[in-house]
Design a binder for this molecule. Structure first.
Ligand code: ADP
Length: 400
């Protein structure tokens, strides 16, 4: 079975084709700056790379371009598009409506649309990608894989906010959690790496990318996670504030900032970027620290402190943990962040092997010392593969 995975963002479209017989990537690519003056395509199929700069007005046009590349004799992997068995789409949010991945029909489309209030930056472009794919490949089964699904096992004491209960009943305001596909992949891979049954494992998964979240996973089920109703809550991120006193946005509104301005401040102008005043990228922050930039150091300190504080609270609710896994852009590539976080965790018996922390950077593996009570690991996340696996399972079950 060959599956096309689509991750459609507000101005981008990421895609991969995966051969599910061996889970190998046949080709992948990225269309960026859709709708702007100069869009770009970066595409590769293992033997040839293709790049182009051109104007692409919308997601349908982008997908048409991608489809031509899929069947291109040099850059593609198919003779005909009929060789695509299924399409898996990454979708941010469907609230409590769908607790696992689902074959897309009109009800699913309506639900994604309805939940755009909770995911205004992601749900609409996710849907645009789905509609474009349906239009261009109407006979191919399409599956929605939600970022929230893996977290649906959280108990009410973890997902409820301390707000009047009626807001949960009326508006479904609660913690949902995101990066679920990544946390699920990490859980499966960590169990494999440790040679342990998932059911026996208590782990904390740290997905530290531009967006960042932690999940506390017991026996393969999420018991708590740091993101909330939207991907804004929890850790201090590249440009997002993470936890703040809920009065802060109210204060800013009373100061005369508009709702959109406050939204933009909390989601884009805060976090590492907001504190340092220079960048949301940890590479820039660490370079600036070396040059003596004080606010870059402050941003790094706030960022790592918040991660450690959350891990401490998850260690408590898990009643101890066997493994801590770092993943995503920062987690996979940044020994300094991993070391600083782990230095806080001595109380739990976490001991990093400083050499392995550096030598296994980017590669992945176990980076704790042999006498560490908790196994610390670096695992490269693979959300696309997780989406493809879910898609395969759903499409196969459908045929039965
Ligand atoms: P996204 O959340 O957009 O999917 P990624 O998981 O790809 O992002 O993470 C992107 C972030 O990873 C960058 O903004 C940067 O902070 C960080 N990053 C990438 N490479 C490195 C590196 N070599 N060292 C430190 N941080 C890195």
């Amino acid at each position: 079975m060959k599956i096309l995975v689509i991750n459609s963002g507000s101005s981008s479209l990421k895609y991969q084709v995966i051969n599910m017989e061996n889970e190998k990537i046949l080709l992948k690519g990225l269309v960026e700056r859709i709708g702007e003056k100069k869009s770009s395509i970066k595409h590769e199929n293992g033997t040839s790379k293709y790049t182009e700069e051109l104007k692409i007005t919308n997601h349908e046009e982008a997908l048409k371009k991608v489809m031509n590349l899929l069947i291109d004799p040099q850059y593609g992997c198919f003779k005909s598009l009929s060789e695509i068995d299924a399409i898996g789409h990454r979708v941010l949010h469907c609230g409590e409506k769908y607790v696992s991945s689902v074959l897309i029909d009109d009800n699913v489309i309506n639900a994604i649309e309805e939940h755009a209030v909770f995911g205004p930056l992601h749900n609409p472009p996710n849907l645009t990608g789905i509609l474009a794919a349906q239009k261009l490949m109407p006979d191919v089964p399409q599956v929605a894989v939600f970022d929230t699904s893996f977290h649906q096992t959280m108990p009410p004491k973890a997902f409820l906010y301390g707000l009047p209960y009626e807001f949960y009943e009326k508006y479904k305001i609660r913690r949902y959690g995101f990066h679920g596909t990544s946390h699920k992949y990490i859980t499966i891979e960590a169990a494999k790496m440790l040679g342990k049954d998932i059911k026996e494992l208590k782990l904390i998964s740290a997905h530290l990318g531009n967006g960042a979240s932690l999940a506390a996973v017991k026996g393969g089920k999420v018991v708590d996670t740091s993101m909330g109703l939207t991907p804004l809550e929890g850790l201090v991120m590249g440009g997002r504030s993470g936890d703040v006193d809920a009065t802060v946005p109210l204060f800013l509104l009373r100061q005369g900032y508009s709702i959109d301005e406050v939204d933009n401040i909390l989601n884009k102008k805060s976090g590492v970027y907001g504190i340092s005043g220079i960048s949301n990228d940890m590479r820039d922050i660490e370079k600036a620290i070396k040059e003596g930039h004080k606010r870059a150091q402050l941003a790094f300190d706030v960022y790592t402190y918040r991660i450690a504080k959350y891990i401490g609270s998850y260690a408590t609710i898990l009643n101890g943990f066997d493994a801590l896994v770092f993943t995503a852009g920062v987690g996979e590539n940044d020994p300094e962040v991993r070391k600083t976080v782990c230095d806080y965790l001595g109380i739990f018996g976490v001991k990093l092997d400083d050499e392995k922390n550096i030598s296994l950077n980017r590669i992945g593996g176990i980076i704790s010392s042999d006498d560490s009570k908790v196994t610390v690991m670096v695992i490269k996340t693979n959300e696309e593969l997780m989406i493809a696996r879910d898609t395969k399972e759903i499409v196969e079950n459908q045929k039965k």
